[in-house]
Unconditional design. Structure first.
Ligand SMILES: [Zn+2]
Length: 155
């Protein structure tokens, strides 16, 4: 089986369960946002996702996109970060770590089974954790090489 396909399938089941448990409907629009958002390989904005969906001939209102992205964050399928100008989203595997290139935005998942065990040992008071991910910021090898070349030229 294609591993990407099974990943999307698992996420689809998790999202469907989350919607059911929170009394929400699993609509074709929500499924469309889920599949496009999970295909992303880097952080994206609500506008970028809207443009990608429009380019495929579908159209979703920005309010629908935004609301569905927030649901995907609540369900633990997307991570979100706020910059000065906008909110960016990225697919995350629950209980995983990922490296994020601060230059090109490339995201790479890392499997760290010890993280889940560590979370199990934490007792965060009056808080019921539903998932987590760890973001490791830095520079990918391609960007690091480019920057090295650039700094050598400037000498
Ligand atoms: Zn990079």
């Amino acid at each position: 089986m294609n591993p990407d396909h099974s990943k999307v399938h698992d996420a689809g089941e998790r999202f469907a369960r989350y919607l059911r448990e929170t009394g929400r409907r699993n609509t074709p629009e929500r499924q469309l946002v889920l599949s496009r958002a999970l295909a992303a390989r880097r952080f994206f904005s609500v506008e970028e996702l809207g443009e990608a969906i429009n380019a495929e001939g579908s159209h979703l209102a920005q309010a629908t996109l935004y609301a569905t992205l927030e649901l995907l964050c609540e369900a633990g399928l997307l991570g979100r970060k706020h910059t000065a100008r906008r909110t960016l989203y990225c697919p995350v595997a629950a209980g995983s770590a990922q490296t994020v290139c601060s230059v090109c935005g490339k995201v790479t998942a890392l499997k760290v089974p010890e993280l889940s065990a560590a979370l199990g040992r934490l007792q965060p008071g009056r808080f019921v954790p539903s998932g987590f991910y760890l973001e490791i910021q830095g520079m990918c090898s391609i960007c690091a090489r480019r920057q090295k070349k650039k700094s050598q030229k400037n000498i």
